[in-house]
Design a protein. Sequence first.
Length: 195
Amino acid sequence: MIVSGYSRIDTTLRPGSFLSVVYVSEEEGDGAYADEISARIHADIDAIDGVAVASKSGDPLSMPGIHRILRKLKMPNRDLMLITSGGDYSVLDDLVGAGYVNYVDLIADGPLDKSQQECIKILDNCGCPYMVTVEMIPGRISESALRELAGSISGSKHLILRAGKTADRKFGEKELASLANSVKGAAKDVRLIAS
């Protein structure tokens, strides 16, 4: 496992927050060293609200060694946010229980599957703050699916609807606005973000 990328400050991942973002990958090779990235983040600690850990090539929960990376990136008095599709709820339970992760962004593209539902239960039970980001992809998300999802995440701080597309179709602006409006009463802080 390597650190495959780093973004110094991101203001779009979590509404109202300035986050440094570290990307991890299961690849082997010459990625950035977690110690170097940690030192860079520590130098910016007064300018950020936390650190987000994400992957462009899979779910961080399925990556061996994620505990070690998170332990190095955890900053005092700052959130460590894990961006995950919720593939392995038992690993999430371990990470939250150990204090390595204290904020979660669960990525979904339709109704929550069994593992994602277990992740939500774990987060609700332990009081760990979380948000849900829905990839709004035609054919995978509908108004009924979105309502079902919103009804199952009552403890979520935010529901982010991120516009997505297939090779030949994307939702129009009016469709997206209508979908967002359909869940405004069922979820907290619903926000629509263009890709």
